[in-house]
Design a protein around this ligand. Structure first.
Ligand code: F6R
Ligand code: MG
Ligand code: MG
Length: 410
C-alpha cells in the first residue's frame, strides 16, 4: 500500500491491519479497510420562512446519531446546518449506500420534521418525499455525498456546504482547483498531483455520466461544465493512486431522468494535501472570483456565492445570496478530530470554520456588490434563470390565458 503520510505518524487503522500482517511475516499485505465519510442533508422545515432550522431539530439529530454511534452503526458524527438545511456528517466502516447509516439519517430527518411541524415552522417535512424508508435516502428527498478510501497517515477533510443553489455551482470552483495551475500551484510542483485527476461528470438531461482525464482533456471538460444547466461534477479521483479527492451530492439531479429539477443545496466532501490540492488551494477560488450561481430567491435567480460561517448562513438578503460554508476536520482512525480535546463524545466537535475569518470580508463584500448589481435587472434575464431552469414560473398559465389573443405576425 502506498504511504501517503509524508513520513508522519500512521493511523491506528493501518496499525491494526497492514502492520499486524507484516509483523506476522506476511510479505504481501492485505488491502486495508476503507473508511467511509458520508454527508446526508435535508431541509425539513425552518424559521422564519426558509432561513434556518430550529436548534431543537439539530439537538434531536445529535441524540439520534449519538445512539447510532453507541450501537456501532457509525464511528463518529457532527451535526450542523447551512441556511435552512440540516447537514449530518458521519464516519463509518459500512461503505457507501449503507442501509444502517442512511436509516440513522432518515430517523434524524423524521424527528426533526416532527419538531418542525409541532412548532408550525415553514415547509416542515419539505424534503421527506416518501412515508416508507426503502433502505437508502436516494430518491427519498434528502441529498447525500459519500466517499470510501484507505485512511492515510494524516487525513485532512474539508466539508463544503451550500444553500440556495444547485450541484453544478461547484463546477467552477472545482475546475479552478483541479484544472487550473494558476489557482493550484500543486498541479505543477507536487509530483503526484501532476499525474492528474479523473473527473466524473453527470449529464442531467441525457441522464448519463462520463469520466474524463485532466489535464489531457481539460478544454473538453470545460466545454461540458460551462453549461451549468446540463452538466455537473459528481466526483474527482487522483490518478496517483490516492483514491477519491472530492464528491458532490447530486441526488435530486437523478430523481427524474431527463427532467431538470435540481436546486439541491449541495455539499461537497474533499480530502486535502499530499498529492491532492492543499487546504489553501481548495479555498482560494472563493476569494479571487465572484462566482454567480443559479438558485437564490425562489430557485430562479443568479446570485453570487457568499462565503461565510454556518453561524452567518441565514439567507438575509432576498433569500440569499447563495451561501457557501467550509468546515474542516482531521480524520483519526475513522473518528473526526477538530479543536476539541481527543476523544470527544456525542458529536461534540469543534471544526475549523474556514470562511468565518475576517480575511473573507472582502469576498463577502464583492458577493453582495455583484448580487446587488444583478438584482437591478429585476425579473429580466440574466437576473432570472432561463425558462427551463426556473423553479417557479407563471408563464404556462399566462400563455394559456392569452392563447385566443395571440395573432399571427404579418
Ligand atoms: C429558494 C428558497 C426560497 C423560496 C422563497 C419562496 O430555494 O427556498 O427562496 O423559494 O422564499 O418560498 P415559497 O414559495 O415557499 O413562498
Ligand atoms: Mg427551505
Ligand atoms: Mg436550503
Amino acid at each position: 500500500m502506498e504511504d501517503n503520510s509524508g513520513g508522519r505518524s500512521r493511523s491506528p487503522l493501518m496499525l491494526n491491519t497492514e502492520y499486524a500482517l507484516l509483523s506476522q511475516g506476511n510479505v504481501r499485505s492485505m488491502p486495508a479497510e476503507k473508511v467511509t465519510v458520508s454527508v446526508i442533508k435535508a431541509d425539513v422545515g425552518s424559521l422564519v420562512g426558509h432561513s434556518r432550522p430550529h436548534p431543537s431539530m439539530l439537538e434531536a439529530s445529535k441524540e439520534i446519531l449519538a445512539d447510532a454511534q453507541k450501537q456501532g452503526v457509525i464511528e463518529d458524527f457532527y451535526v450542523t446546518r447551512v441556511g435552512d438545511d440540516i447537514n449530518l456528517y458521519m464516519t463509518h466502516y459500512k461503505g457507501v449506500g449503507s442501509k444502517d447509516v442512511h436509516g440513522a439519517a432518515w430517523e434524524c430527518f423524521q424527528k426533526a420534521a416532527k419538531i418542525a411541524k409541532s412548532m408550525k415552522l415553514y415547509a416542515a417535512g419539505q424534503d421527506i418525499l416518501t412515508d416508507a424508508f426503502s433502505g437508502n435516502v436516494k430518491g427519498a428527498g434528502p441529498g447525500s455525498a459519500e466517499m470510501s478510501f484507505v485512511e492515510r497517515g494524516s487525513e485532512p477533510l474539508m466539508f463544503f456546504m451550500a444553500d440556495k443553489t444547485e450541484p453544478s455551482a461547484y463546477s467552477l470552483p472545482l475546475s479552478r482547483i483541479f484544472l487550473d495551475p494558476f489557482t493550484t500551484t500543486g498541479l505543477v510542483v507536487d509530483a503526484r498531483a501532476k499525474k492528474g485527476f479523473d473527473v466524473e461528470i453527470q449529464d442531467v438531461i441525457g441522464h448519463k455520466k462520463v469520466v474524463m482525464k485532466s489535464p489531457e482533456e481539460t478544454l473538453s471538460i470545460l466545454s461540458l461544465l460551462g453549461d451549468t444547466s446540463r452538466y455537473a461534477i459528481k466526483r474527482i479521483c487522483s490518478r496517483a493512486g490516492i483514491g477519491p479527492a472530492c464528491v458532490v451530492s447530486t441526488d435530486k439531479l437523478n430523481l427524474t431522468a431527463g427532467k431538470y429539477i435540481g436546486k439541491d443545496d449541495p455539499v461537497c466532501i474533499c480530502r486535502a494535501q499530499s498529492g491532492l490540492p492543499s487546504v489553501g488551494e481548495y479555498l482560494q477560488p472563493f476569494m479571487n472570483t465572484t462566482m454567480l450561481v443559479a438558485g437564490w430567491m425562489r430557485g430562479s435567480h443568479y446570485g453570487a456565492f457568499y462565503p461565510c460561517s454556518p453561524e452567518d448562513s441565514d439567507p438575509v438578503y432576498f433569500d440569499g445570496p447563495p451561501r457557501i460554508c467550509c468546515l474542516g476536520f482531521q480524520l483519526n482512525g475513522g473518528k473526526l478530530q477538530g479543536l476539541e480535546p481527543l476523544g470527544a463524545k456525542n458529536g461534540d466537535h469543534i471544526p475549523v470554520d474556514f470562511f468565518k475569518s475576517d480575511t473573507w470580508d472582502v469576498a463577502r463584500a464583492n458577493a453582495v456588490k455583484a448580487s446587488r448589481f444583478i438584482r437591478s435587472q429585476g425579473p429580466f434575464m440574466p437576473s432570472i434563470l432561463g425558462p427551463e431552469e426556473m423553479e417557479y414560473t407563471s408563464r404556462p398559465e399566462v400563455i394559456k390565458e392569452l392563447t385566443s389573443r395571440f395573432e399571427d405576425l404579418d
